[in-house]
Design a protein around this ligand. Structure first.
Ligand code: ACO
Length: 431
């Protein structure tokens, strides 16, 4: 609670409502409007929730003006440089960096959960070969609620922990199975002697007939991308997981709902959309035409990978990813990738354009991630799946936080109703 409070005055009747405010560890103060309906009989109106804090959270902090992203207080730049995805998973889930012993045990736990039920594998046969992998992954993750319904007691801390480990460990296996199904190749079982990123590359790119050598730069790039996408506070998919889970629903289904939300091009689908857009632009000479279209109010075209709801200065993840993009392209001998050249050119044009400067539209994390994934050999339809693998730890951490919060209630927003007033039913013969 802060020592400040706010008074909301009805200028017509002169009635006032006193509203408490709270100050978090970092970030702007929030006004508690929970008593507003009781005091004044009114709701707040905030479509898109741009001004609404939906919960208390200790997991991730973002300062969009300053370009700051902290996981449990640690700057993402430091984690990207010094940590690993598996350590970041522990940090997000348990709140602290692990000791050597804790890290070893956690890593082993995740490894022990990488395999999926053989029956689950057969579900993929029900999908057409060209089904979008996000559709397959959300469907199969949703099916986990059928595989683990009886044992999923959300009141049990141990059961919640096993759920978290299963999601983090099995999502790469499910994603790889979706990928192999798309290609018509044999599914590659996980290799528990490998680290998380290397195992992921093995399941995606190895084939039974040949020895597959894991490129250390590819594994490093994957691990970095996973760290950078691991959490992002109350974004669309995370809020979806919280909302779906708030009814007490089986959390595997809540994660499937989060995957569905992530798929949209305004959210995680943007990395795939960036590649599609760059291919459409085709060459640097066409950039002015597309930039003009992005600025035209009558044209729905937007520059994909630009702009962010929260970051209005720069996306700190984009800076880190840009450097990795160069490293990957240099190592994989594709430094002259015309799409990368085009992306850099587009970035420069947009950064100097008055429209983008005024509206504070900077390249976001997805502007570069798609190019890295492409260089690593992933098909564009898999880019958002990679995002989902990373974000799975954020989703389970937020779900855990919500379920264990004593103040948690079912999420149930209100509305501004603008439909017809009460009217009497008219018999079909008289309409
Ligand atoms: N290209 C052109 N104009 C844009 C763009 C863009 N990429 N993004 C925003 N604008 C303009 C809007 O037209 C609007 O203009 P107006 O004020 O004249 O109406 C203004 O900038 C503000 O845009 P909003 O859509 O109101 O901003 P919002 O915060 O709701 O949306 C979003 C943020 C969805 C990310 C948006 O910038 C966008 O669509 N970007 C492209 C898609 C993308 O890259 N998404 C990935 C986000 S990162 C992630 O999810 C990991």
């Amino acid at each position: 609670m802060s020592d400040k409070s706010f008074t909301l005055k009805d200028n017509g009747s002169g009635e006032e409502a006193d509203l408490a405010s709270y100050k978090g560890t970092l970030g702007p103060e929030v006004v508690d409007v929970r008593s507003l309906y009781g005091q004044q009989g009114i709701f707040t109106f905030d479509p898109g929730f741009a001004s609404t804090a939906s919960c208390e959270s200790t997991i991730t902090f973002i300062d969009g003006e300053e370009g700051i992203l902290l996981y449990r207080g640690y700057p993402v730049e430091q984690l990207a440089q010094k940590s690993s995805f598996i350590e970041v998973c522990y940090l997000l889930l348990y709140g602290e960096l692990p000791t050597q012993d804790e890290l070893g045990k956690f890593e082993n736990n995740i490894r022990r959960h990488t395999m999926i039920n053989e029956t689950m594998l057969r579900l993929f046969n029900g999908f057409h070969h060209d089904a979008h992998p996000m559709a397959m992954v959300s469907g199969v993750v949703g099916s986990m609620s059928a595989f683990y319904h009886e044992t999923m007691d959300i009141q049990s801390a141990r059961r919640r922990e096993i759920f978290s480990h299963r999601i983090i460990a099995k999502l790469p296996t499910i994603a790889a199975a979706a990928y192999k199904h798309t290609l018509g190749q044999s599914f590659m079982y996980p290799r528990n002697d490998l680290d998380f990123a290397s195992n992921l590359l093995h399941m995606f790119f190895a084939v039974p007939a040949e020895y597959y050598e894991i490129d250390p730069v590819a594994a490093e790039a994957i691990d970095l991308l996973l760290i950078l996408h691991a959490d992002h506070e109350q974004n669309c998919s995370t809020s979806t997981v919280r909302l779906a889970g708030s009814s007490g629903a089986n959390p595997y289904s809540a994660i499937a709902a989060g995957i569905a939300a992530l798929w949209g091009p305004a959210h995680g689908g943007a990395n795939e959309a960036v590649l599609t857009m760059l291919k459409e632009i085709g060459s640097a000479k066409n950039i002015p035409e597309y930039v003009a279209r992005a600025k035209d109010k009558d044209d729905s075209f937007r520059l994909m990978g630009f702009g962010h709801r929260v970051y209005k200065n720069f996306d700190p993840r984009a800076k880190i990813i840009r450097d990795m993009c160069h490293k990957v392209l240099a190592k994989l001998g594709d430094d002259n990738d015309p799409l990368f050249e085009l992306a850099l050119e587009l970035e420069q044009v947009a950064l100097q354009d008055d429209y983008f400067v005024e509206k504070q539209l900077y390249p976001n994390v997805d502007f570069y991630s798609g190019i890295i994934y492409r260089a690593l050999g992933f098909r564009p339809s898999m880019f958002t799946v990679m995002f989902a693998i990373a974000r799975s730890v954020g989703w389970v951490s937020h779900w855990q936080e919500m379920i264990t919060d004593p103040a948690y209630r079912i999420a149930r927003p209100r509305q501004l109703y603008v439909g017809p007033e009460t009217r009497d039913y008219v018999d079909v013969t008289n309409r």
